[in-house]
Design a protein around this ligand. Structure first.
Ligand SMILES: [Zn+2]
Length: 297
């Protein structure tokens, strides 16, 4: 009887020990899992903060770039030439200024990008011709290929035709100096195939403007004999799919204020249906204000 009790006590001790071990192990594992989850959560939080920081930096950069852009545009309002001759913009602007007439008169250059298109170009021509005014068309080689008859009409009506790349695809156009030159040359080639080899306009407009484009890209354009030109006034017809006539006209009035020489950006590309109507209002305003009209060639 006594021996049996000893066995029972021994058995109870051993069982308690094993159960104790098991419970201890369970808690230890549980805690370690919790710690792991917590540490993962910390990592996630850090990662989120890092992403947030990058995103903030991006926003800041974007915002600063926007300010820079506006500042740059302001400086370009009078298309002035900087004294730094090494700067590619200065070299280009000097050439542009030699071509743009410098007079005491108020001069407006009406410019149309991204055409010629069946949608818009004939109506733009109608408005210009009705008013007896000449404009400058920065055409795309790919559009000229599809609508040679429209290019011919622009030319025959006495307007100027300039270069705006072949494809207008940013990822291609800005991929290297060689590619942008190829885009310009191919556009020149297709224009010449319609108008003949006498065509010799060396004005070029960068898709999206010249601001912030790599120096080597700009240098390639200049060394290939072209002059790039932006704008200092716009109707904002590309700032949305279809922008209302009133919104465009207000945008034009606010950006053209107090400028003696106006280089006005508009678009005769696909779908810009409101542009011809805005153009009529723009021309009336400019005539009233005593502007004369010139073309870039
Ligand atoms: Zn464009």
């Amino acid at each position: 009887m006594k021996k049996r009790s000893v066995y029972i006590i021994f058995f109870v001790y051993i069982s308690a020990f094993i159960i104790g071990l098991a419970i201890g192990k369970f808690y230890a594992e549980n805690n370690s899992a919790k710690a792991e989850i917590k540490s993962q959560a910390n990592i996630n939080e850090k990662e989120e903060k890092r992403i947030e920081n990058i995103s903030n930096k991006d926003h800041k950069k974007h915002y600063e770039q926007k300010l820079d852009n506006e500042e740059n545009k302001k400086q370009k309002e009078d298309i002035s030439v900087s004294s730094d001759k090494k700067d590619i913009d200065s070299i280009n602007n000097k050439k542009v200024n030699e071509i743009i007439k410098k007079s005491s008169k108020k001069i407006a250059y009406l410019t149309f990008d991204d055409g010629p298109s069946q949608d818009v170009t004939p109506k733009v021509l109608e408005v210009l011709n009705k008013n007896g005014i000449k404009g400058t068309f920065f055409v795309l080689g790919s559009m000229v290929k599809d609508h040679p008859e429209l290019l011919k009409k622009i030319h025959d009506d006495g307007h100027a035709i300039a270069n705006h790349t072949y494809t207008h695809i940013y990822s291609r156009v800005y991929s290297s100096p060689e590619v942008i030159i190829e885009e310009i040359k191919n556009t020149e080639k297709v224009i010449k195939s319609v108008l003949g080899d006498d065509y010799n306009n060396k004005f070029f407009r960068f898709p999206g403007g010249s601001f912030g484009r790599p120096k080597e890209i700009k240098a390639a354009v200049v060394s290939s004999g072209y002059n790039y030109i932006d704008w200092n006034c716009l109707t904002g017809d590309a700032e949305g799919k279809i922008v209302s006539v009133e919104r465009q006209y207000q945008r034009f009035l606010s950006t053209c204020k107090n400028k003696k020489t106006l280089i006005i950006l508009m678009h005769d590309g696909k779908g810009k249906y409101t542009t011809p109507e805005v153009l009529d209002k723009v021309i009336n305003y400019l005539k009233e204000q005593g502007y004369e009209f010139e073309v870039l060639r």
